[in-house]
Design a protein around this ligand. Structure first.
Ligand code: PLP
Length: 368
């Protein structure tokens, strides 16, 4: 099937090119974070770090005087075995945010364009724009669906990169892995594709939804992953990029920290966490329960929501006719907020069952 016609068949939603204001939905004042009783705004994993990681970190302090080159290599070797690649396919960072920023700087300084769905985690495309490139945004359909055809039609002569989060933040929308894999395979090789898989472990398919299996045959594909979410290590700051070794080499030229920004603690935590897949599995199960309960709750209150396979659920509280965000702030329940189709939507991170119950009870209270 021709590429365009395949896209037409595989696309459901309608979409339009749109310049939406950027947003910082996870930001809180330090004071708010300090006093927060319930923190459902930053897509963290409430169960991490795992017991095994905590134990391993206890013995790390004597090594704080040494640069962590050996640990860096150990983690790369481990990732290489896991993905059946060689270690030179990996770039480690202090969180995947650092690597997304690096990519933004890399494409932006070439004055090239990035196309992405909207709303999306804005860091990479914002950096492209800040460094002189262009950011074209494709608004998602009302149900959160991202139209691959619309993305495709937005690509022009200046486009060098396509950025997709799968699952998406803040909507939680997730592509079927088949659709996305087929799409990437048909993409002209002169256009790079960055798939941000920060939440991939939470999906129904789990890691098999990942596009990492395609990187060997598709040198234009870049995958960003993190230990901040399902691995429960957001505070450690450790993430990685998988890309063709030539690209990794090029990116090193743009990096300001000799590729040594992940600390010894973070590296050790990641190495141990990779072996603790039971923790990831349990996190995924608890997250799914929390999402299902929240969906049922939204249905009871007749709140529009977007089906999510991530660790957050986006819903529209407008119809409640209460000052939802102000009331949550007052109750020390931190929630995410983002503009979507002219209204303020809530992006709620799944907390523990106690936290989720407290949230629902508070909201139930407010609506009477
Ligand atoms: C889609 C997405 N990518 C990347 C990140 C950055 O995460 P980190 O820097 O903690 O790896 C986030 C954080 O929320 C995110 O939502």
């Amino acid at each position: 099937m021709q590429r365009r016609s395949w896209l037409r068949h595989s696309t459901l939603g309608t979409a339009a090119l749109l310049a939406l204001p950027t947003t910082h939905w996870a930001e809180s004042s330090p004071e708010a974070v300090k006093n927060a009783e319930i923190r459902l705004n930053a897509n963290e994993n409430p169960y991490g770090p795992s017991k095994r990681v905590r134990k391993a970190l206890q013995s790390m302090s004597p090594f704080g005087n040494r640069y962590p080159w050996a640990l860096q290599q150990e983690l790369k070797n481990k990732l290489a075995r896991r993905f059946d690649l060689s270690p030179d396919w990996f770039f480690l960072g202090a969180g995947s945010a650092e690597l997304l920023g690096l990519l933004g700087q890399y494409y932006g300084s070439q004055k090239r364009g990035v196309v992405s769905p909207s709303p999306i985690f804005p860091l990479l495309p914002q950096y492209v724009a800040r460094h002189g490139g262009q950011w074209k945004q494709i608004e998602m359909a009302p149900d959160g669906e991202i139209a691959l055809l619309a993305i495709d039609q937005a690509i022009d002569a200046n486009t060098k990169l396509l950025y997709i989060c799968n699952p998406n933040n803040p909507t939680g929308w997730t592509f079927s892995s088949h659709a996305l894999k087929d799409y990437c395979k048909t993409m002209p090789k002169q256009i790079d594709i960055c798939i941000d898989e920060a939440y991939i472990e939470y999906t129904k398919e789990g890691e098999s939804a990942s596009l990492t299996e395609l990187v060997k045959e598709n040198p234009n594909l870049i995958i960003c992953r993190t230990f901040s979410k399902a691995y429960g290590l957001a505070g450690m700051r450790i993430g990685y990029m998988i890309a063709h070794p030539d690209r990794i080499k090029e990116l090193k030229e743009y990096h300001t920290g000799f590729e040594l920004t992940a600390s010894a603690y973070a590296l050790r935590a990641a190495i141990v966490a990779l072996d603790d897949q039971e923790f990831v599995h349990q996190s995924r199960l608890k997250n799914r329960d929390a999402i299902n309960e929240m969906i049922a709750f939204c249905e009871t209150l007749q709140l529009p929501f977007i089906p999510s396979q991530a660790n957050h659920l986006a819903f529209n509280p407008t119809s409640l006719d209460i000052p939802f965000f102000a009331q949550m702030e007052q109750a020390s329940i931190r929630v995410g907020r983002f503009p979507y189709q002219g209204e303020d939507w809530c992006r709620l991170t799944m907390g523990t069952s106690r936290e989720m119950r407290a949230f629902r009870e508070k909201l139930q209270d407010l609506v009477g």
